[in-house]
Ligand binder design. Sequence first.
Ligand SMILES: [Zn+2]
Length: 274
Amino acid sequence: MPELPEIETVVRGICPHVQGRTIIRVRRSKVCRALPSAARVAGGLKGALISNVRRRGKYLLAELDNQKILMVHLGMSGQLLMEETGEPRRKHMHLALGFSKTKMELRFYDPRRFGKVALGTLAELESWTGLGALGIEPLSSSPRQIAAAIAGSSKRLKTLLLEQRAVAGLGNIYVDETLFRAGLHPLRRCNSLTKDELSSLAREIKKVLRQAIKEGGSTIGDYLHPDGQIGSFQDSHLVYGRAGQTCPRCAAQLIKESIAGRGTHFCPVCQPEL
Ligand SMILES: [Zn+2]
């Protein structure tokens, strides 16, 4: 599933093509998952101008000049691509937006249909989706603020970080990578961490996310940049997808266990359960 670095890469990729442009054409599939409904989204987008595109957690938010926001969540397999109007549409396209003064179309593809789009005011989006329950943004928060958001919880690290309510944007890949780099077992309770462990975790969260954005995110499965290129941070994964391989820091074998309902990768030696 695309996480913070992948969505950030998509935002940066589409922004120069759509910002300041008016939506003159909307096409949608019959099975487009949309809130409040696909017809209302399509009707509300036509004629609107996109004033800004930004990210919150794993959501892409395109702000319109009519006080509404087009929200896109890529789910498991969603892709937002900029393609030329004449370029044939591939299968599983659910929404396409055509703009004034450009031949480039913004197309939303989603073969597995776990993704969704929504159009509403910020307050509406917050009540319809998980947007209203998101925790702090790790990239615009200080390590101290991140540590404070995690410190008091009695939940396990993996659980809390996947939930989005304390810190927004990390999913299975970046939680595993961060916990390995901070030397913390995914089952540790947040409130058992020492001050040093908390500050190391907070620093690693920022570092991993920044490096992943620099490398255009991780392409595992369907994720693509808006221009169709793949990300390269998967080559920098130290534990994710590497179960059975040797730990890059010690001689132990990396393992994968189901934790918080997700396949979790870690080193049993570098990340002791205590
Ligand atoms: Zn190790």
